[in-house]
Every structure is written in C-alpha cells, then in structure tokens.
Write a protein that binds this ligand. Sequence first.
Ligand SMILES: Cc1ncc(COP(=O)(O)O)c(C=O)c1O
Length: 341
Amino acid sequence: MVDASRLPGATAAGLPAGVADLIGHTPLMRLSRYLGRDDIALYAKLEAFNPGGSAKDRPARHMVEQALVRGDITRDSTLVESSSGNMGIGLAQICRYHGIALICVVDVNAQAQNVAIMAALGARIHRVTEPLHGDFLAARMAAVEQIVAATPGAVWLNQYINRDNPGAHAIGAIAEIDAALDGALDTLFVATSSTGTAQGCRDYLAERGRSTRVIVVDAVGSTLFGGRAGKRFIPGMGAGREPGLARGQVFSRVVRVGDARCVAGCRRAAEREALLVGGSAGGVLEAVRGMANELAGQRVGVILHDSGTRYLDTIFDDGWVADTLGVSPEQIRAMIDDVHV
Ligand SMILES: Cc1ncc(COP(=O)(O)O)c(C=O)c1O
C-alpha cells in the first residue's frame, strides 16, 4: 500500500488539504477598460474563483463550521435551508465536505442548473410547487419549518438572520482587498440581498479606522432600505421581504439599479474586459459608471459575487431579456454604449 504522505508534494506546507481550503484568496484584478476613463483606479474582487463559484462559499463555510465549533450542530445533524442559488451551492459543498446531510428547499422558479449542482454535491432537494397565499417565499419558509419539525436532528442555520453570515465577510474578501491595497481604498461598491457581504465589509473597515465609503447596490423593486416591492429578475440582488439581518443597517449610500441595466453591465464587462460576470456584478459595475464623475481621482473597489456562466440562458440570452424584461437587443446595445448612465 502506498503511503500517501510520502507522495511528492503531499506534505508540502501551505497546500490546500481539501476543497474548503480553496475558499477565499480570490483574485483582485484591475479593470482598466470598463469605465472608458483612466482617472479612476477600479479594482474587482472576483468571487467566482471560489470553488463553489461565488462569494457565498465564504458564509456557507463559516456558518457551518462555527455551528460545529459551538456544538449547535454535529456531523449527524441534518441542515435545512431555503436557497436555490449561490448559498445553496455553497452549503451543499461544505456540508458534503464535512459529511453533514443537507435538505435544500427550492421552488418551481429555481434555476435548473443550480439545483443540479446542489444535487450533484449530495444535497436532497425539496421542491415547493404551490405558493402560500400567492407567495413562493412564504411557501418555502413554511416547508423549512415543517421539515425541521419532522426531522430528528434537523437545524435551520438561516442565512437571513445568522450573524455568522456578515461575520464571514468581515474576515473575507474585504480583508484580502485591504491587504492587497495597503488599506488605501476610497470607495467600495457591494451588491446586497441578505446584506451579509456589505455589513461584513463595512464592519471590517470601521474596525480598522478606514475612511472607505461603502455603497450598497440594491435592485429596483427591492424592499431593502425602505424600497418599494416590485418585480425583479436578477438573482442575488435585492429582497422581496426585509430580512432580519438587514433591519436598521446603515451604509454610506444606497444605489438602486434596474434589471436591464444589470444586463447591460454584464454585456459591457464581457465586451470590454473579456470577463463574464453575473447579474449583480453587472449592476455593481453600472452603479460605479453612474457615479463616475463623483469618483474621479479615487481608488474604487467592487466585489463581483459570481460568474456569468450561470446566466447564459437568461442575462446573456436576447430572447430571455426581451420576453422577461421587455427590453430589445437594440435597447440593451444603447445602454451598453450610453455615456450618461
Ligand atoms: C450573485 C449574488 N450577488 C449578490 C448577493 C448579495 O449578497 P448578500 O446576501 O451577502 O447581501 C448574493 C447573495 O445571495 C448573490 O448570490
């Protein structure tokens, strides 16, 4: 039998010992073409480089491992969570890594590819097919509560109220950005849904006495920060109902971006930077472009939560954009080229 520890490189210090060790340390890249002006130094944190493909790998790992450390869960627990997106994938990955069972509650609107990834990582999928009082979110919450009550050893970590969600981000991307730029960052733009990423970044910067402004980028139609509910189609940005975590949270500024503008941002990033980014990242980049005159002379950071590869059938599909958002390819073209955002 081969002694694995004697294989070349197997014991080299600093090598990742498993997929969990690949979470974090994502690239920070200068975007020199997106804005079309050179008086702003724009740096993008590419969170798609996490092994599960998004920034949510960080809170997924932290929530599970902190709960293990505290003894709130054991490896015999069953975690239950409502997520059909990046958090579901991040949890499926870290739960499989630690050998913990996971039931993901999704509804009929969930993107098939995301659900397939969660299932491939061993999550059990519970699909809600009927809304509750016309609301799928309410139906998913009711399903989570029902499953937790009926399953011995079941625990709902609940990213929308869990302080380990912002806690993960307070030691995450922002710490890496801060180290890479020697603390010299004027403004940071962060897309927001649970508000975990933005809170963690803001709290890290405040703790170190940085004067960096944190601007949250929310969706038009999101109820966060006193917004009025409306139709939204870009996953990961905004919230239909204010989560507990978001209550009373204050940031330097809130910028709202519409769905079509997010699409234009994704297309512009692909055209100008040869970079495929997800919808919330497109929105963040367009928020920067919209404030460019105010940002002249500054070092600006953006956290780009995920990759465009998960949105080929939506954001990058003209038919979907026309049918779902009611916006023609010509209108998107005009938005991409628009000099006044
Ligand atoms: C693609 C994407 N962007 C942005 C966010 C917002 O992050 P947070 O929930 O930390 O506010 C999420 C969260 O799910 C996301 O999936």
